[in-house]
Design a protein around this ligand. Structure first.
Ligand SMILES: [Fe+2]
Length: 437
């Protein structure tokens, strides 16, 4: 007896053993479903994902994919391995796609046809897709993309939908390790949302601080336990408006305090204020705390052993941070002026070799997401403006759209409220939009 499971990248996540007259075991690692079939007489493929197992008087159909969804992690791994058998098809409207998409995907805006139930036209458009690719359909929350994938399968395509759509894509992280003399800085890059968080630790005694953690706290917990780190501080540079902070949850888990400047939060929950605190230390790591207002009134930056600066949204690689969120027009102009003063009086006084680590990125493809201060001075258009009024004009004209649901997100963060993950993910859908340009 011999049979073959057709290989695809999705099937790569399925371990199977194939030996004549022994067990057939198919184990899907992602959703933990395990199928075991003993000694079938014959196996016939029905399609790439369905097989009929024949016994003496019965036959069993085995579907090796039980839901035709592909996880965001699997898609990310594919993008890393550059397996060109994949075709990522984003079915959202053109403006949604242009605003925020998965690099390497194509846009086929058929979502409205699904909503309208115009399946005739939908099928006609879907026909343009190549048959020899493994198609992953993508929408905002992973619902209509399942309809598109299902219709494609009816049309004899190999198609699955990205689980939870762009909302799910936000769960993906890349990790970069940057070594300094006495400490290591790990940059967690949330590739969909464009958020950055950090774990800084002494490379001898493993004492550590976490900065700007997202709500996907498992990412940090896994890293912390596999590296034996001892968490001493959990810190936010400011109250974020584009994403939920996981700092409260992590502080509780590691029996430490949540640290933030009291200026940026409501005094209604337990935290340790960093207002007026000049420095914190652990192991050989000395962190100077610099008040760097502008993006928000309470924004702080953290100068680590005079080699690295974690600066929140004060300064992104593409542009200084936007000064307008949760502010009136007049306050926005004032915020831009404060930001200018912070750059001139605090940031430009730092050593040019200091590496800058922002809280977000937008367009840059630089990995890890960092530049020295001198590189940034050369490359950032905003930093080259030495005239205060011109800088204010630069920062306050053509400000991009606000981050989705920023008022709610900021309100929750300011009050230290932890909300269920799924709700948080819903509110966070979309890019971070924290740069002024
Ligand atoms: Fe921010």
């Amino acid at each position: 007896m011999s049979f073959e499971l057709k290989k695809s990248s999705v099937l790569d996540s399925i371990l199977y053993q194939r030996e004549v007259n022994t067990n057939v075991l198919i184990k899907k690692t992602e959703n933990k479903s395990i199928f075991g079939y003993l000694n079938p007489l014959r196996i016939e493929p029905i399609s790439q994902y369905r097989y009929r197992f024949f016994y003496w008087n019965i036959s069993v159909i085995l579907q090796v994919m039980d839901n035709f969804l592909i996880s965001p992690k699997e898609v990310k791994e594919h993008l890393v391995s550059k397996n060109d058998g994949y075709l990522l098809v984003d079915i959202r409207e053109e403006h949604e796609y242009k605003d925020w998409n998965i690099k390497g995907s194509m846009n086929l805006p058929v979502n409205s046809l699904i909503v309208a139930g115009n399946f005739l036209e939908l099928r006609d458009i879907l026909k343009s897709l190549p048959k020899d690719k493994f198609i992953v359909t993508i929408c905002q929350r992973g619902i209509n993309s399942q309809v598109a994938a299902s219709i494609l399968r009816e049309m004899d395509y190999n198609a699955v939908a990205l689980e939870k759509g762009m909302k799910g894509w936000n769960e993906n992280f890349d990790l970069y390790k940057i070594e300094f003399t006495d400490f290591i800085l790990d940059q967690f890059v949330r590739i969909g949302k464009g958020c950055l968080s950090y774990i800084v630790y002494d490379n001898n005694d493993s004492s550590a601080a976490i900065f700007e953690p997202s709500i996907f706290v498992g990412e940090y917990e896994d890293y912390i336990s596999s590296n034996g780190l001892k968490i001493k501080y959990v810190i936010d540079t400011h109250a974020h408006a584009d994403h939920f902070s996981g700092a409260m949850e992590l502080a509780r888990k590691y029996h430490t305090d949540y640290h933030i400047n009291e200026t940026d939060v409501d005094n209604v929950f337990e935290f340790k204020s960093l207002k007026g605190v000049k420095e914190i230390t652990f192991g050989k790591v000395k962190i100077e705390i610099l008040p760097t207002p502008g993006h928000t009134d309470g924004s702080l930056s953290f100068l680590i052993n005079n080699e690295a600066l974690i600066c929140g949204d004060l300064l992104l690689l593409e542009s200084p941070g936007r000064p307008d969120l949760a502010r009136t027009k007049e306050e926005t102009v004032k915020g831009a002026e404060i930001l200018f003063n912070t750059l001139q009086n605090v940031i430009f006084k730092l050593n040019d070799n200091v590496k800058i680590f922002p809280a977000h990125f937008t367009k840059t493809e630089l990995r890890p997401v960092t530049m020295t201060l001198s590189e940034l001075k050369q490359k950032s258009e905003g930093l080259a403006i030495s005239d205060k009024n011109k800088f204010i004009e630069f920062l306050t004209s053509n400000i991009p759209m606000t981050p989705p649901n920023y008022e709610s997100i900021k309100r929750f963060n300011k009050a230290g409220v932890m909300i269920p993950l799924d709700y948080a993910e819903d509110l966070e859908i979309g890019p971070n939009r924290c740069a002024a340009r």
